[in-house]
Write a protein that binds this ligand. Structure first.
Ligand code: ATP
Ligand code: MG
Length: 362
C-alpha cells in the first residue's frame, strides 16, 4: 500500500497543502509544534477514519474553521489506484468516501488501507498495566480475524451481565448459563491470543536483536488462567469467591502478556531506550503479521524517530525498514541534520519535506 499524494485542508494547524510522496522513505522535519505529527495523523484518518490521538473530530478542525477535508490517492501493491476522502463539518459530522462512494458504516473502511504507527505515546503499551497490552492485542487480532471481535463483544457483554447478577443473589442455574456463554467466547479468544503471541515472538526477538546490535535479548509470554483448565471449570471453582467479591474473578479479562529483557520484566527493569526498542520491534512484528494476512505491505509511520533511541539504534532501524520487506515509510523528526546524517550513513534513499507553521516546503 502506498499513498501517492495527500491534500490536507483546515486540519489542525495545516491550512491548505498538497504533498506528493515518494514510494520509499519520506521525512518530515521541522521544529516542535510545526505540524509534523499532524501530517501523520491526517494519514491515520484516511486509513482508520479517526485520529491517532484520543481527540474528537471536532478538535482536529483548524481553529476558527467549520470543516476539514483530507484527500488521499492510494496505490495498492498490485498497482490498483484508490481514492479516499475523509471530511468533517460541524453540521454534518464525519464522512468517508472510497472512490467517490460514501460508506454506510465507517467501520467497513477499517482494514483495507493498512498502516502501522510507532509514536512516543505508544510506550504506555510497554510501561503500563496489562490492560494496555490486552487492548493492543485485541485491536491487532481483530484486524486479521473478524470472528475474534465478535467473540470479544460476546465475552464482554456476558461478563457485564454475570457481574450484575452476582450482586443480586442469583440462582445457580442462572449463573451457569452465563458461565457457558463466557466459556465459549473465552476459549476462542484464548486460542487466538496464544497463537498470535507465539507467531510474533520470534519476529520481535529478531527485530530487537537487530535494533540493539545483539546487546540484549527479549521475550514475550502469554499468561492466561485458561492454561490450566477451561473457563467453565475455573468459574465453578471460583464461584464462592465471586459471590463474596460481587464480580467475576477469573477469565481472559485477566490475561497478561509479559515482556522480558534478559529474563527480567521489561516494565520494571528495562531502560527507556530498551522499552522503546521493544516497542519498535513489536510494531515491526505487527507489520509483518498484517502484511502476511493482507498480502499488502502497510504504510509505516514513525513519529519522532529519535525519541529515546540512540543514533546506533536509529541507524539499525533505518537499515531494517529500508529493506524490501517494508514499503512506504513516513518519518518525522525535529532535527534535520541529525536525521539526514543518519539516513545517509545507513545508505537509504529518501525524500525530505520541511515543515514550518503548518506549511510544507521541499
Ligand atoms: N485544531 C487545531 N487548529 C489549529 N492548530 C492546531 C490545532 N490542533 C493542534 N494545532 C497546532 O498544531 C501544532 C502541533 O502540531 P504537531 O503535533 O504536528 O507538531 P510537531 O511538528 O509534531 O511537533 P513536535 O516536534 O513537538 O512533535 C501546535 O502548534 C498546535 O497548536
Ligand atoms: Mg510531533
Amino acid at each position: 500500500m502506498k499513498l501517492d499524494s495527500i491534500s490536507i485542508l483546515n486540519f489542525k494547524n495545516i491550512g491548505d497543502e498538497r504533498i506528493v510522496l515518494s514510494e520509499g522513505i519520506n521525512c518530515f522535519v521541522g521544529d516542535n509544534g510545526a505540524g509534523k505529527t499532524n501530517i501523520l495523523d491526517a494519514v491515520h484518518y484516511l486509513s482508520l477514519a479517526r485520529s491517532m490521538h484520543t481527540i474528537s473530530d471536532k478538535q482536529s478542525m483548524r481553529h476558527g474553521e467549520e470543516s476539514f477535508m483530507l484527500d488521499g490517492a492510494f496505490r495498492h501493491d498490485d498497482n490498483r489506484h484508490e481514492q479516499v476522502v475523509c471530511s468533517y463539518t460541524t453540521r454534518g459530522g464525519k464522512m468517508l468516501k472510497r472512490n467517490g462512494k460514501e460508506y454506510d458504516k465507517l467501520s467497513d473502511h477499517v482494514g483495507h488501507f493498512p498502516i502501522v504507527v510507532v509514536s512516543p505515546a505508544d510506550t504506555i503499551l510497554i510501561s503500563d498495566s496489562a490492560e494496555e497490552r490486552r487492548r493492543y492485542f485485541n485491536r491487532l487480532i481483530s484486524q486479521i480475524d473478524r470472528g475474534y471481535l465478535a467473540s470479544l463483544i460476546r465475552y464482554n457483554s456476558a461478563l457485564a451481565e454475570r457481574n450484575k447478577l452476582l450482586k443480586t443473589n442469583p440462582s445457580e442455574e442462572m449463573l451457569l448459563i452465563y458461565d457457558m456463554m463466557l466459556d465459549g467466547a473465552a476459549s476462542a479468544i484464548y486460542r487466538r491470543r496464544k497463537e498470535v503471541v507465539e507467531r510474533m515472538l520470534p519476529l520481535v526477538a529478531d527485530y530487537y536483536s537487530e535494533l540493539s546490535g545483539g546487546r540484549e535479548s527479549v521475550g514475550m509470554e502469554y499468561r492466561s488462567e485458561l492454561e490450566s483448565s477451561p473457563l467453565a471449570d475455573l468459574l465453578l471453582s471460583s464461584r464462592r469467591r465471586d459471590f463474596l467479591n460481587e464480580h467475576t474473578t477469573c477469565g481472559i479479562h485477566r490475561d497478561e502478556v509479559v515482556l522480558t529483557i534478559d529474563g527480567y520484566p521489561l516494565r520494571k527493569f528495562g531502560s527507556q531506550g530498551q522499552q522503546k526498542s521493544f516497542l519498535v520491534a513489536l510494531k515491526l512484528a505487527e507489520y509483518r503479521i498484517l502484511a502476511g494476512h493482507m498480502e499488502e505491505r502497510p504504510i509505516l509511520l514513525l513519529d519522532d524517530l529519535f525519541d529515546k533511541l540512540d543514533i546506533g539504534r536509529v541507524a539499525h532501524l533505518l537499515r531494517l525498514v529500508g529493506g524490501a520487506m517494508f514499503g512506504q515509510i513516513l518519518i518525522t523528526d525535529c532535527n534535520k541534520l541529525r536525521l539526514q546524517r543518519t539516513l545517509d550513513e545507513a545508505g537509504v534513499e529518501y525524500k525530505l519535506f520541511n515543515i514550518a507553521e503548518g506549511k510544507i516546503a521541499l
